[in-house]
Write a protein that binds this ligand. Structure first.
Ligand code: UDX
Length: 461
């Protein structure tokens, strides 16, 4: 078992620290945010991640996991130091490496024994070599520094599960000795290891995220075409996915990808790729498609109503995906900003992301404590995050509570057959409209059978 230090207690750092302590290593997590460290020492998380808090408390109690704000204390006995600090996006789309560089200086000043420095943060190709240069520039002790790139592939909301069940662990190293130690550290996870050079490892992370983002933008484009030709994108995705070369995963059409990784990493790779003779056109299109996709529901609603001024609209789901309270680059932000700019009144509901959303969204938004309150008296509902609670919400309640039941579903939460049983006007992504008056090949006049709805209302009353 090894003595390991992790710098940065965000998603990646904390999950790595907790999971490495769970498999038996002695782990000390370092963060310059003293308030955060105080909370973590008391077993409290500032992020929502299933099972993370329980596992963290267990390992603190076992004496294998501790926290500090002091780099000297953190590095004193460490044989391996993981860098897991943020690499936020700069205004030009490239990755900001300030935090990484600061950690490199701290390692140079405080490491006291030969150490392997492992970068978990997503960094542009060549950054690990730069880290080594900085460490050597400021190094005060006579010690040996080895550098390893070990990119992280976990997903928010299933981070613990992914750490124990990942498809591969990528280790990019310049010497076999360092690679072998990192391989041994990870052995208890029993996940296949792929060893390569540092630059290729750095590239694997960007290429993987860019490829997954491409799959999403591709299926979203197919969804738009499906709407024009009257096909159903869900059936198309299933039929495509049965070809094992394509695979079924990441072919769910919706309102695009958000979160802390895909938007940032695709922009960063686009920046890295570009030079005077080359531009990554395909990736640029993937990004553009996603930007457009994120506010598609607003376009659909405008087409349906003609204008949104004065309309009361409920937005259900604010997190960028279910099982997280993360709203970074979430479609909800872009949608709500546009709705407000169009003059609509917005109510919003999310099971856990409201606190974070309140800090980011405009003060005009009315946050509600449940779905019923959010949709009551509204002219339209936008489904933005496919929380279980939203999927399971009884459809008849939309009919009872809304001014007139019109749903714009950005996540295809409901089966079309189920929806047909209700007098709800239903617009989803890449699928036929329900209860809208359609003409040839799925084109829509956006007028509904008012009679059906009124009849249903009367039965309910
Ligand atoms: C992603 C990668 O999956 C992970 O490997 C990497 O390390 C970090 O980035 P994460 O951001 O947690 O993880 O979320 P993920 O589950 O991949 O979803 C990203 C976004 O894509 C979400 O907004 C999701 O709604 C969207 N998505 C995903 C789709 O729209 N369709 C899909 O088929 C899959």
């Amino acid at each position: 078992m090894r003595n390991v230090a992790i710098v940065g207690t965000g998603y990646v750092g904390l999950v790595t620290g907790v999971c490495l302590s769970e498999i038996g290593h002695n782990v000390i997590c370092i963060d310059i945010d003293q308030e955060k460290v105080k909370k973590l020492k008391a077993g409290k998380l500032s992020i929502f991640e299933p099972n993370l808090e329980e596992l963290m408390i267990t390992n603190i109690e076992r004496g294998r996991l501790s926290f500090t704000s002091d780099h000297a204390e953190g590095f004193k006995d460490s044989e391996v130091i993981y860098i897991a600090v943020g690499t936020p996006q700069k205004t030009d789309g490239s990755a900001d490496l300030t935090h990484i560089e600061q950690v490199a200086v701290q390692i140079a000043l405080h490491a006291k024994r030969d150490v392997i420095v492992v970068t978990k943060s997503t960094v542009p190709v060549g950054t690990n070599e730069r880290i080594k240069e900085i460490i050597h520039e400021y190094l005060v002790s006579d010690i040996k520094i080895d550098i390893v790139s070990n990119p992280e592939f976990l997903r928010e909301g299933s981070a613990i599960h992914d750490t124990f069940n990942g498809d591969r662990i990528v280790i990019g190293a310049e010497c076999e000795h360092a690679a072998t130690i990192i391989e041994e550290i990870n052995k208890p996870f029993q996940i296949p290891v792929y060893k390569t050079d540092i630059r290729s490892a750095e590239m694997i992370k960007y290429a993987s995220n860019a490829f997954l983002a491409t799959k999403i933008s591709f299926i979203n484009e197919i969804a738009t075409i499906c709407e024009h030709v009257g096909a159903n994108v869900e059936d198309v995705a299933i039929g495509m996915g049965q070809d094992s070369r394509i695979g079924t995963k990441f072919l769910k059409a919706g309102i695009g990808y958000g979160g802390s990784c895909f938007p940032k990493d695709t922009n960063a790779l686009y920046q890295i790729a570009g030079h005077k003779d080359y531009s990554f056109h395909l990736l640029k299109t993937v990004i553009d498609v996603n930007n457009k996709q994120q506010t598609l529901l607003v376009d659909k609603a405008k087409k349906r109503f003609g204008f949104l001024k004065g309309k009361k609209i409920a937005v259900l789901g604010l997190a960028f995906k279910p099982n997280t309270d993360d709203i970074r680059e979430a479609a909800s932000i872009f949608i709500i900003n546009r709705l407000i700019a169009e003059g609509a009144g917005v109510t919003a509901y999310d099971p856990i992301a409201v606190k974070k959303a309140e800090r980011v969204l405009r003060p005009e938004v009315q946050f509600m404590s449940n779905i019923e309150k959010a949709i009551h008296g509204t002219d339209a509902v936008f489904i933005v995050t496919e929380w279980r609670e939203i999927i399971d919400f009884p459809l008849k309640k939309y009919v009872e509570l809304m001014n007139r039941p019109i749903i714009f579903d950005g996540r295809n939460c409901y089966s079309l057959n189920e929806m047909k049983k209700f007098p709800i006007e239903y617009y989803s992504i890449g699928r036929p409209i329900i209860n809208g008056k359609t003409t040839n090949k799925g084109d829509t006049h956006m007028s509904v059978s008012v009679g059906k709805w009124t009849k249903y209302k009367l039965i309910l009353e």
